[in-house]
Design a protein around this ligand. Structure first.
Ligand code: GDP
Ligand code: MG
Length: 439
């Protein structure tokens, strides 16, 4: 998606203003990019029309270039399409909150049960999982093991009891134990079929859930629109969870959910681990689709593991494209503490898809980077220019860190590349309303 959109903006380089004529080509690129990203055709049509109307009608803000203006309009419209604001989970006013998970087979429902319990535990809510997938004994074991990992009780009743009855019994048990949130796992099928829908309807009727969340694999593509529509019509959903956003996923499914069903995406799954569940931020998703990287999620993630002031400082420096080797070191250490660099790399602008081999490579690089930066003088860390200018300094650092001169040069180059990328990113956003960035 990114490259298509980039060429869309580039087509406006050198133009003075946005006109009916000069946005034809960029709009064609945008349309193509969205279709390539598996956004469904009706959604793309409405989107392109909305953007075109705004682009031609709007007066240029002084100092804002036409391509930036179009980026802003497309960005805002994407945000609009995905629901504008973060949509929080709803909790019951009295009694336990009941969350029913639905979705096709293999999309990540059972994993989401555990991730959600882990997520809610951090919000000081007690949880219970209910094993409502009775068709494979392995599914019950999977949920039990995950529940143990998170440290929450799992209600199971074997494979001979109807899912609706299991759900009802689980709810009773949760009430007895005074649990805050009950999460009900259900069986999926490879395709939508009547038996699955009937079963879900029955479960829903039995427990009257606070939330019915459709779990959607981000790789679903074009079918996402039909899938969401059908589940919503048949059982009535309150929102969706988009999983596997860490993979080679395109933005398509995210754009369809809100558009076709009027229901928000509430959470996203970004990996297989328990902690890989986050709120869904429409503005960040839009930024990512537009090729700006997920800088904000990155900063937020870093904040969790860094001291607050350090994080604010780093954020400022990233935004001002001035960060030095001290920041680089802080950042790489934070990354190391996060346990996995894969996700973070995916969030850095200009870095696309990451393979497992690249992840291992990156993890090795973090160690090398640390060694090299540690061999620098405080002055060199603050003024990377010194190293760019002096081969003698680079040689000394190579010797002291036990790395090659080439590795040192590469690291210096990397820092400057990063600065350039950040600067470009800021340039693109200049004049754009990116509320989350301004605080
Ligand atoms: P279910 O059939 O809907 O219950 O799906 P599962 O929860 O059993 O998940 C199916 C597979 O997808 C498992 O191997 C999970 O580890 C994997 N999975 C689930 N969520 C994610 C995610 O966000 N990212 C990645 N990469 N894998 C996931
Ligand atoms: Mg399952």
């Amino acid at each position: 998606l990114t490259s298509g959109l980039e060429s869309a903006w580039n087509k406006l380089k050198g133009e003075e203003t946005l006109t009916k004529e000069n946005i034809v080509e960029p709009m064609r690129e945008i349309r193509r990019a969205l279709l390539e990203a598996d956004v469904s055709l009706p959604v793309v049509r409405r989107f392109v029309q909305a953007v075109t109307d705004q682009a031609v009608g709007v007066g240029l803000i002084p100092g804002v270039k036409p391509d930036q203006q179009l980026v802003k309009i497309v960005h805002d419209e994407l945000v609009n399409l995905m629901g504008k604001e973060v949509s929080e989970l709803v909790f019951a006013k009295s009694g336990p909150t009941i969350i029913l998970l639905a979705g096709l087979q293999g999309v990540g429902k059972t994993t989401v049960c555990a991730k959600l319990a882990f997520y809610l535990k951090k919000l000081d809510k007690s949880c219970m999982l209910v094993a409502g997938d009775i068709y494979r004994p392995a599914a019950i074991d999977q949920l039990s093991i995950l529940g143990e990992q998170v440290g929450v009780p799992v209600y199971t009743a074997g494979t001979d009891v109807k899912p609706a009855d299991i759900a009802k019994q689980g709810l009773q048990e949760a009430k007895r134990q005074n649990v805050d949130v009950v999460i009900v796992d259900t069986a999926g099928r490879l395709q939508i079929d009547k038996a699955m829908m009937d079963e879900l309807k029955e479960v829903k009727r039995a427990i009257n859930p606070t939330e019915v969340l459709l779990v959607v694999d981000a790789m679903t593509g074009q079918e996402a629109a039909a899938l969401v529509t059908t589940f919503n019509l048949e059982i009535g959903i309150t929102g969706a969870i988009l999983t596997k956003l860490d993979g080679d996923s395109r933005g398509g499914a995210a754009l369809s959910v809100k558009e076709v069903a009027g229901k928000p995406i509430k959470l996203v799954g970004r990996g297989e681990r328990l902690e890989d569940l986050e709120p869904f931020y429409p503005d960040r998703m839009a930024g990512r689709i537009l090729g700006m990287g997920d800088v904000l999620s990155f900063v937020e993630k870093a904040q969790e593991v860094m001291r607050q002031e350090d994080a604010e400082d780093l954020q400022k420096k990233i935004m001002s494209a001035k960060f030095d080797f001290n920041d680089f070191l802080k950042q790489t250490r934070a990354v190391a503490r996060m346990g996995s660099v894969s996700r973070v790399i995916g969030m850095i602008p200009g870095m696309g898809k990451v393979t497992p081999a690249q992840i291992r490579e990156a993890e090795k690089n973090v160690k090398n980077m640390e060694a090299i930066i540690e061999a620098m003088t405080p002055e060199e860390r603050e003024k990377p220019e010194l190293l760019a200018e002096s081969p003698t300094r680079r040689k000394r650092i190579a010797q002291n860190s036990g790395k090659t001169e080439q590795q040192v040069s590469q690291l210096v180059a990397q820092l400057f590349q990063m600065r350039v990328r950040m600067k470009n990113l800021m340039g693109m956003m200049e004049g754009g309303s990116t509320p989350a960035l301004s605080n």
